[in-house]
Design a protein around this ligand. Structure first.
Ligand code: NDP
Length: 399
């Protein structure tokens, strides 16, 4: 059916590539291109397929990337590298007339603030070029928006309150490690929190607001309010929303270690001079922390991500909860990665599949809630992620 090019060779790329091999009729040829070619070769060795190729690329170099795209001629490029590369990869796709998909919002390396404005500004150019940009097609962002679109389509006339809840109750056995790229993860957690209420964004101190929330199959876990990029697109695409929040769990040990690292300056993104060389403390910290793609082997336990909604249906109040559960050991068995990489790689692969099948294909740049959620939620369980729903219940966030 088509050809895909994956940029990046970390945990998420590994999970996506593994899952693509389960649909050989859709993914006829796949190239994995990343900064370090050995990591691409390692993934190809793991999946052991002759129609998967590797290449070295610095995705920040638009000309080189455009040349590689012209040479391989993919139908779509999956950006599974870092959010720093989003604009360069979007630009290379535009220059070569190839569609684009990513799993995280653009961020500039020297400013931890993120919003969709720069990526949305590609809408007209992508539309004129007749190519599709699919933004944020991991789990959160990604499936959380598909869940919301599904709820809006089937269960609500108006959504008023939205809470995305993300809990990882797994244990990887390390003293301190992050579940995806440490630099991006720590920037996200140490940034100010933000939520949406009555047409305004309300900023909080990092992790200032927290509360216990009950998660299916896991139990009650302390959950912290963060800003997450899908809130920005959801309140735009569902303008009846009055309040939108994002909650994530962290263990006591993670938070204590993070506080110490912050206090001693190790999470700073301001370059310092060390023995005549300029280094960024957070990038140095990333270099000494466990590589998230290696955490899978000893990871045990479950994770749960879902969306809790309140609103109106046929003149009556309605509540709705939709969620998925992940098992770290199952994810490792299937793909050699832990559940966070798995839960991002599978949706990225499913979104790409729907593009190649011309189901999620329209000219312009879109967040995933702007596509039909039904085919996505029909396909995702086939590739390993089930989902569950409950209607008109007391929401776990209100218990
Ligand atoms: P990793 O750090 O494990 O992998 C990133 C990969 O990108 C590495 O192989 C790295 O190369 C490569 N890379 C970095 N810079 C460049 C460049 N300039 N050119 C080419 N390749 C480059 O990250 P993860 O796999 O954990 O995460 C991948 C993405 O998924 C991130 O953007 C993350 O934010 C996102 N994510 C999204 C989630 C969601 O639910 N939506 C959840 C989790 C992650 P090298 O090996 O040389 O360093």
């Amino acid at each position: 059916m088509g050809r895909a090019m994956i940029i990046g060779a970390g945990g998420v790329a590994t999970a996506a590539a593994c899952k693509m091999t389960e649909a050989p009729e859709v993914f006829e040829e796949v190239m994995i291109a990343s900064r370090t070619k050995e990591k691409c070769d390692k993934i190809i060795k793991q999946i052991d397929k002759t129609n998967y190729y590797s290449a070295q690329i610095d995705a920040m170099n638009i000309n080189e990337l455009a040349a590689l795209i012209k040479d391989f001629k993919p139908d779509i490029v999956l950006n599974l590298a870092l959010p720093y590369q989003n604009l360069a990869i979007m630009e290379a796709c535009l220059q070569t007339g190839v569609s684009y998909l990513d799993t995280a919002n653009y961020e500039s390396p020297d400013n931890p603030h993120f919003d969709y404005i720069k990526q949305w500004s590609y809408f007209d150019k992508y539309k004129s070029a007749g190519i599709t940009g699919i933004l944020g097609c991991g789990f959160d962002p990604g499936v959380t928006q598909v869940f919301t679109a599904y709820a809006a389509k089937h269960y609500f006339d108006e959504i008023h309150y939205l809470d995305i809840v993300d809990c990882n109750a797994g244990d990887h056995g390390k003293y301190f490690a992050t579940n995806f790229n440490p630099e991006i993860n720590i920037r996200e957690v140490t940034a100010n929190g933000r939520y949406y209420e009555d047409g305004k964004w309300i900023e909080t101190k990092p992790l200032e607001i927290h509360r216990p929330i009950e998660y299916p199959e896991i139990g009650v876990m302390e959950s912290y309010l963060l800003f997450h990029e899908e809130l920005e697109s959801l309140v735009k695409n569902f303008p009846t929303i009055k309040r939108a929040r994002f909650w994530m769990t962290f263990s006591e040990r993670y938070l204590t270690a993070l506080e110490v690292l912050q206090e001693v300056g190790m999470t700073s993104i301001k370059p310092i001079n060390y023995e005549g060389k300029e280094i960024v403390p957070l990038q140095f910290l990333k270099a000494v922390l466990p590589d998230p793609s290696t955490l899978g082997e000893n990871y045990k336990g479950k994770a749960c991500i879902g969306v809790q909604l309140k609103g109106i249906y046929q003149g009556k109040e309605r509540t709705y909860f939709i969620w998925s559960i992940f098992d770290h050991e199952k994810a490792y068995k299937e793909t050699g990665t832990q559940a966070v990489a798995y839960s991002t790689g599978v949706p990225a692969m499913v979104g790409t599949m729907l593009y190649l099948k011309e189901i999620w294909k329209k000219p312009g740049v879109f967040n995933v809630e702007e596509f039909d959620p039904d085919p996505f939620l029909e396909t995702m369980p086939i590739y390993g992620i089930d989902w569950y729903e409950a209607v008109d219940i007391v929401l776990p966030i209100d218990k």
